[in-house]
Design a protein around this ligand. Structure first.
Ligand code: ADP
Length: 332
């Protein structure tokens, strides 16, 4: 057997993490070579999470080093497709402000210079059309693909709410829900390469298959300070961890009550619960957003605070800065 055949065989014995046979058969690894004890190859990492990419690189190196005559392994990682980076915004239960946080973070990231889109993956209770003042807009189709709708904030958006009549119940189950979600994500997003996904609340099968199929590069968990929401948040964290999706951090929403008259923050339900829980779980704490009447009123009116320069914009911008730094470091 020639050196190249030996390396090719070893590579093809490693399963493709995306589940399509060995690395050579799937086309993921190419151009194997060996010269002066140095094995080299090109590895297409499109569609793999950072954790999968790292694990695969380590696996290849370990296996090739076992071969006779291989002292060193060089892997050139490439990404054939433009990589779209999905960031999941999730919560263990509904009503904690996950959608509100998603809208504002998408807008804040855009303000920080990231090419950002927003996908309303909360297909059972799509609220992004209202939050972004795009109710009644209809996405057009280009070939087989939906084209994201423009919002007044420069962030393209796709939501099931744009495809069904307002108030119409969406009662899809498993595979249909999964297909609908796939169409929203694999759409025409223009130059947006960061997609903020407002996930359906909870930790059921729809969430799990979405995470496994669309492989977010990371997840942000939104929780309120109360214990119950935190227990649910822990479940959401587990869902991502079992799928090898890194947790970017936790946001504590509705943290303290901002007095509409003087702005002073008081804590009727306690605060700091999410921060303490984050510390305990070894997950970064990204910041808190107060419970404020004007956040609710502005959101309901389709005017997300992060698009303006009011006091709450700063809270969202500060969290978005940490998120942007994470995406720049960990994104593909
Ligand atoms: P979820 O997506 O988790 O179900 P939403 O984002 O729809 O939650 O928020 C639920 C309700 O709480 C909405 O009426 C929203 O305007 C309100 N809300 C969310 N965050 C805040 C906040 N920080 N201050 C005041 N109201 C908020």
């Amino acid at each position: 057997m020639s050196d190249i055949e030996m390396i090719t065989q070893a590579l093809d014995a490693i399963p493709d993490p995306a589940g399509k046979g060995g690395l050579i058969a799937s086309g993921r690894a190419a151009a194997p070579r060996l010269a002066d004890g140095r094995a080299g190859l090109i590895l297409d990492v499109a569609g793999l999470s950072v954790a999968q990419r790292d694990a695969l690189g380590a696996d290849i190196e370990a296996r090739l080093k076992q071969l006779d005559g291989v002292n060193e392994v060089r892997i050139a990682m490439t990404s054939a497709r433009t990589q779209r980076m999905l960031v999941a915004i999730a919560s263990g239960k509904g009503g904690v402000g996950k959608s509100t946080v998603s809208t504002n973070l998408a807008i804040a990231l855009k303000r920080l210079g990231l090419k950002t889109g927003l996908v309303d993956a909360d297909i059972y209770g799509p609220s992004q059309p209202r939050l972004t003042d795009t109710e009644g807009k209809r996405p057009v189709a280009e070939g087989q693909k939906l084209v994201a709708v423009d919002t007044p904030f420069g962030v393209p958006l796709l939501s099931m709410g744009h495809l069904v009549k307002p108030g119409q119940a969406i009662a899809w189950r498993g595979p249909m829900a999964g297909n609908a979600l796939g169409q929203l994500i694999d759409a025409e997003w223009g130059d947006a390469n960061v997609l903020i996904a407002d996930m359906p609340p909870g930790t059921g099968d729809v969430q799990l298959s979405m995470v496994q199929k669309h492989k977010p590069i990371g997840a942000v968990i939104v929780s309120t300070p109360q214990d119950l929401a935190l227990i649910d948040a822990t479940r959401a964290i587990d869902l991502f961890r079992t799928s090898d999706v890194p947790i970017i951090g936790i946001i504590e929403n509705m943290s303290g009550y901002a007095c509409p008259h003087c702005g002073e923050i008081s804590d009727p339900f306690g605060s700091g619960g999410a921060e303490a829980a984050a510390k305990e779980m070894g997950v970064p704490f990204l910041g808190r957003i107060p419970l404020a009447m004007d956040i609710r009123a502005a959101s309901d009116a389709g005017q997300p605070p992060a698009a303006g320069n009011g006091p709450h914009a700063a809270a969202f911008m500060s969290i978005a800065e940490q998120l942007a730094a994470w995406i720049r470091t960990h994104g593909g």
